[in-house]
Each structure stands twice: as C-alpha cells, then as structure tokens.
Design a protein around this ligand. Sequence first.
Ligand code: ADP
Length: 290
Amino acid sequence: MDWKKIAQHISDTTGESFEVQNYSSVGGGCINSAYRIASADKTCFVKMNSANKLRMFEAEAEGLVELAKANAVRVPAAVCTGVVGSQAYIVMEDIVLSGRGSMAEFAEQLVKQHQYTVDKFGWHRENTIGSTLQENTFESDWQTFWNKHRLGFQLKLARQNGASKSLLDKGERIQADLASFFGSYKPQASLLHGDLWSGNYAFSQGGEPVIFDPATYYGDREADLAMTELFGGFSQDFYSHYNSIWKVGEGYQIRKILYNLYHILNHFNLFGGGYESQAEGMAGRLLAEI
Ligand code: ADP
C-alpha cells in the first residue's frame, strides 16, 4: 500500500503536513479492511477496499458530513476518499472507541439527530447498505419511498436471487397493503443513520456516544429505532429515555417488523441461508395484521 500517497492526500485536504510514521491493522469491520495510520502528532482511521468501491466510500464520507450537520450524536469527521493502485480508501478522524458511557445520553442525542428534518424522504445520492446498493431517490410521500426504494428494491433483488414464490407473494401483498401499517401515523423526514445496529456505535474514551459506518438518508426515525432492536445491544435505558423525549408513533410494534424486513431481505440477498425463512416469518406476521 502506498501510504505516502494517502498521507499526501490528508496533508492537501487538511492543510497540515501529515507524514506517515507507522500504521497498524484494525479488526472488527464487516466489509472493509481498516487501519490506523500515524504521523508524529496525529492519527487517522482508514478503510480500504477494491478500487471499484470508491463510490461506496464517497457516499460514506458524505453521510458522515450529513450526520454532523445535526450536531447531535458524534460522528468521525470525514477527511478524504480516493484510489491508490488497486485500492479505494476513506480517511476519517480516528476516535479511540474503548470507553463506557450513558445509553440515556446516546438516546437523547439520537432524538436530537432525528429532530433534524427536511421536507422530502430520501437523499441526494445513492449509498450502500452492507455492500448492497441503497436507492435514495427523493419522494414527498414516505410510504411511496419505503414501498419503492426499500421493500420493493430488496424484493426485486430477492427474486433475482431465487427467493421462493411464497416469500415473494407475501412481499407483494405487504406492498399492496402498506397503508394499513400506518393508520394516521405521518412520519417526518428525519436524519437517519440508516444502519444502526450495535456494531455501529461505541463510546469514546471520554464516554461520548459515537456512531459510524452509516447508510444515511432522510426517513421515518422509527426505521433507525427498529434496526436497534433487530440484533439487540441497546439497553432498556436507551429506549425509555428516547421515548420519554419523543415517543414512537402508535403502531410502531408492527411497523418495526416492516422496517426490519428490509434488512433481513438484504441479509438474504447478501448471504442467503436462513435469512429467507426469517424474512418469510416476518412477512407472515405482518400479513396477519392486515
Ligand atoms: P466496515 O465498513 O468494514 O463494517 P466499520 O466502519 O464498522 O467497518 O469499522 C470497523 C471497526 O473499526 C468498528 O467496529 C470500530 O470499532 C472501528 N472504527 C470505525 N470507525 C472508527 C474511527 N473513526 N476511529 C476509530 N475506530 C473506528
């Protein structure tokens, strides 16, 4: 790896000289290889993947910038993205994530992030969820957005990936009756992390909540909350605090299945296996509510 080129890019972007003294590999990611690179007085966090993943990193960097606008939950500052040789890279602020902190404070900051709203659902560019393309075409109506660009998009991929007819049929029935999961609930277009599972938050050494690896867009905040429940790792304290400031809408307990179906279909599309029957189980539960 040509670290000198990356260091030059960091210097050019920040306006402060960055000369690599050493680098080390960091474990823990799902998709990319990660490194910490150090100059005499500063370290940066770098993720790498093949050169054709540059757009994924550009979207991640823009997502971090977007999330920072809310001035709510801390995110690493994006530094630069580019390609050296066969590798694409993203450089960001290195935050030592070994701390312990308050889930109540995290919840409070997440409410503040979700209170950062715009007037359309989507985002100005595509990004990725896992390594799957995530379409963010703006829509003025949330149900249309979810139907086309989330559920419909993953169902189309699932069809290409050989999903069973019974899963696809259930998916279509949910699409046709989507309105029944919303009643009078009218979500706002909140700034979302988009991939908020427990592997994507941590606390800094000083105890500040930090979120990273986003799949940013503007949508129903309940989609972020649903994802926190999908694989666990968020305490009761987190939910009670969030709800004490901004209660979820009526019908959330069912809608969260709808929102998480997107992620489980995505897991089926990425990994196959048991995710198909999990998706079908979730779809069945949703249809039982119609
Ligand atoms: P991937 O895109 O491969 O899933 P992540 O963005 O989740 O990778 O990062 C992998 C791990 O590196 C995280 O679990 C976290 O512990 C750590 N990490 C992520 N971002 C930073 C950062 N800016 N500074 C320090 N450590 C980080």
